[in-house]
Unconditional design. Structure first.
Length: 384
């Protein structure tokens, strides 16, 4: 058994799948599943886009049931959406904003990076218009049953984390970090049908993209794949019914575009965080993830803050905030151009890596950690 010992608890590595293969699965793997607390969800501000009258009525009824504030946004610009949030969001009461609608139904900020186009909700987080994110924001779209579930999802307490890594063993820092967060960790090189139940019962799924370029996991709106192997496609994702609203973090490029892969994760009951454009690894060493405006900085910052903040929207927003405040002045100026609407074009890798991450799911989902969670990343090395 490969284990990591942490303050009275042993977090296993690559032991979970063995339990799922036993005959007495139900007895060995019985987990608590329940709803998010009502006294948390009633602090959600819902901003609903142009999703059709019938759907708006359904979503408003659900918000009323949760005692959450609900506002219909009739404008066609992220600037107007942010204005609506500023008019309705009360920092003394609300804990996060849930945007309902696709980028067409409720537009985010449009981005242009080397001729590739996408969007981000990064600037909608900036309530005080000072260039620093300060308001947790999540987005959900799709069929009405998908949206309604994300407004009030079931949460599992399994302490299971799954890592997708095409080069397992080459780097173990992410696995050890998850173990220190209290998870029992299973590392998969690619999706297999026999692992469907494991994924269904997981709390956290990390798709890892470090390592040799020709072997690491890359992304498209349809799939995760290495150069010579399919890791997980949208068809495979559609075969999994997630039981407890796991948080999925995808490091690969462009998987958070509104394509089949993202839709599959959302429709099957997962909360998804990913990038809408290219992701890049750091090419120099950083002593602190906050100074690393690349995918590794964001990823290890996210893992760092899982045991720091109570809600997943807070974790995401505070990682954005920390990386932003440590940017060089010229990069901050570039972001300011985007924020003011003076440009949609991104020139620097650091600007792109700061703003391209989007949370698709309910920002008031409780953070995902196991018992005795205590993790702080150390120096970020060059791992390419």
């Amino acid at each position: 058994m490969n284990v990591v010992r942490k303050g009275g608890r042993i977090g296993t590595i690559n032991e979970v799948r063995k339990k799922f293969r036993k005959k007495k699965v139900e007895r060995d793997l019985s987990f608590d599943v329940g709803k998010l607390p009502r006294d948390v969800l009633d602090k959600m501000l819902v901003i609903c886009g142009k999703v059709g009258k019938d759907n708006i009525e359904k979503y408003q009824a659900k918000a009323n049931e949760l005692e959450a504030d609900f506002v219909v946004e009739t404008g066609s610009s992220w600037v107007l959406t942010r204005k609506t949030i500023r008019e309705n969001y009360d920092h003394a009461h609300h804990k996060g904003v849930l945007l309902i609608g696709s980028n067409k139904e409720l537009p985010g900020t449009q981005l242009d990076y080397k001729g590739a186009y996408a969007f981000t909700d990064y600037f909608i987080q900036d309530f005080h218009n000072d260039g620093i994110p300060d308001t947790p924001v999540g987005r959900i779209f799709g069929p009405s049953e998908t949206v309604l579930y994300h407004m009030d999802p079931f949460i599992i307490d399994s302490d299971i984390a799954v890592v997708f890594d095409s080069q397992p063993g080459r780097s173990t820092r992410h696995v050890e970090g998850l173990a220190q967060l209290g998870f029992d960790v299973e590392v998969l090189t690619k999706f297999s049908e026999e692992d469907s139940k494991l994924l269904a019962m997981s709390e956290f799924i990390l798709q890892f993209s470090d390592g040799v370029y020709t072997s690491r996991i890359h992304g498209t709106p349809e799939k995760w794949a290495s150069h010579n192997s399919l890791i997980m496609s949208y068809e495979q994702t559609n075969s999994v019914k997630f039981e407890g609203y796991p948080v999925v973090y995808s490091e690969a490029c462009s998987t958070a575009q509104e394509g089949p892969l993202l839709k599959a994760f959302l429709n099957r009951g997962a909360c998804y965080i990913g990038s809408t454009l290219d992701t890049m690894n750091n090419v120099e060493t950083f002593d602190d993830w906050r100074q690393c405006a690349y995918a590794d900085g964001w990823k290890f910052g996210f893992l760092d803050y899982l045991d720091t903040y109570e809600l997943i929207g807070q974790v995401k927003m505070y990682v954005d905030r920390e990386i932003t405040t440590h940017l060089k002045l010229e990069v901050r100026n570039e972001l300011d151009q985007l924020n003011r609407g003076a440009s949609t074009k991104i020139e620097s890798d650091q600007a792109l890596s700061t703003i391209e991450w989007v949370l698709f799911g309910n920002p008031l989902r409780s953070t995902t950690v196991g018992p005795d969670a205590n993790y702080t990343p150390t120096k970020l090395v060059v791992d390419t």
